[in-house]
Ligand binder design. Structure first.
Ligand SMILES: Nc1ncnc2c1ncn2[C@@H]1O[C@H](COP(=O)(O)OP(=O)(O)O)[C@@H](O)[C@H]1O
Ligand SMILES: [Mg+2]
Length: 276
């Protein structure tokens, strides 16, 4: 299995033990208690705890049926997204695993305390777009007919998340799925709509469209490719289909040969709705 990056706060939280312990808590077998429901969520998403460790819990039973993803597979896709994130080595997805809970089997993810003062993705009046450090994705009108711009920060952390999204074919990178951590790190959450064999990339992170990937970004994609042939591919086989694993490998290959952030393509909207 994947070793968490010891330098990351994920590694610190887990005691760098991929086997399932955090602060002496047995994350797999310890009792999962419900603390509340995350009401903004479209599916049944709960805040829970295992001992002193706060987690998100999404039971498979609470998944809303979707026209384009098979029923009962969203939790597995979230766990698969974590494994791919670990192969990248960028600590994008908080530790995510499958286990039993009060509402049956589901995905569990370590809760992250965000910095509420930071908005890495934002909607601002068009004449208030900052001069530097931000990328503009699109313009539109708000309810009062003012021109507003969807912007996101131009940071290495968000660029890596955009590369991750291309690789996992994320169909739902909303602004609210980018968590701003104190100190500048960014986590991505809500990866239930990933790994479709067809092109589904829907994201607010289009700010680098057509730009060249950095050597570090390419090296991350190469790590995923290499591990797909070994331990990562074997672990993913329990979570997504063989066809989806093959499509994942093909997306890595395409990115490694084109070496650029892709442009939107196909007939689907390129941004999720709502945007946040
Ligand atoms: N691991 C996490 N740590 C902190 N906040 C989270 C975490 N996961 C989700 N959230 C917050 O909860 C909201 C709803 O969770 P999400 O995974 O998007 O659920 P749903 O699948 O129901 O949309 C997110 O937009 C985010 O603000
Ligand atoms: Mg969500």
């Amino acid at each position: 299995m994947m070793e968490p990056d010891p330098a990351s706060d994920l590694g610190a939280a887990s005691g760098a033990d991929a086997g399932g312990n955090a602060d002496g808590v047995d994350l797999m077998g310890g009792e999962l208690e419900l603390r509340g429901r995350i009401t903004t969520a479209s599916n049944a998403t709960f805040l829970g705890s295992i001992g002193a460790v706060a987690v998100v819990y999404k039971p498979v039973r609470g998944e809303r049926p979707l026209w384009d993803f098979p029923d009962g597979t969203l939790a597995g896709r979230e766990a698969a997204a974590y494994l791919v994130s670990e192969a990248f080595g960028w600590d994008i997805v908080p530790r995510t695993w499958l286990r039993e809970g009060p509402l049956g089997i589901g995905m569990v993810q370590l809760w992250q305390e965000i910095d509420p003062e930071q908005d890495p993705v934002d909607l601002v009046l068009v004449d208030e777009v900052p001069e530097a450090g931000w990328r503009q994705v699109l313009e539109g009108s708000d309810e009062e007919d003012r021109t507003v711009a969807l912007i996101h920060e131009d940071s290495a952390a968000l660029r890596r998340m955009a590369v991750f999204d291309v690789v996992v074919n994320n169909a739902d990178r909303k602004g609210a799925h980018v968590l701003a951590m104190p100190g500048g790190h960014r986590h991505g959450v809500d990866h239930g709509l990933t790994f479709h064999v067809e092109h589904k990339l829907r994201t607010v992170l289009w700010g680098w469209l057509g730009e060249e990937l950095t050597a570090e970004e390419l090296a991350g994609v190469e790590r995923v490719s290499a591990r797909l042939a070994g331990d990562l591919g074997a672990a993913l086989a329990d979570l997504i289909t063989d066809g989806e694993i093959a499509a994942l490998a093909a997306r890595c290959d395409r990115l490694r040969s084109r070496r650029r952030f892709p442009a939107p393509s196909g007939g689907m909207p390129a941004v999720p709705w709502p945007l946040f």
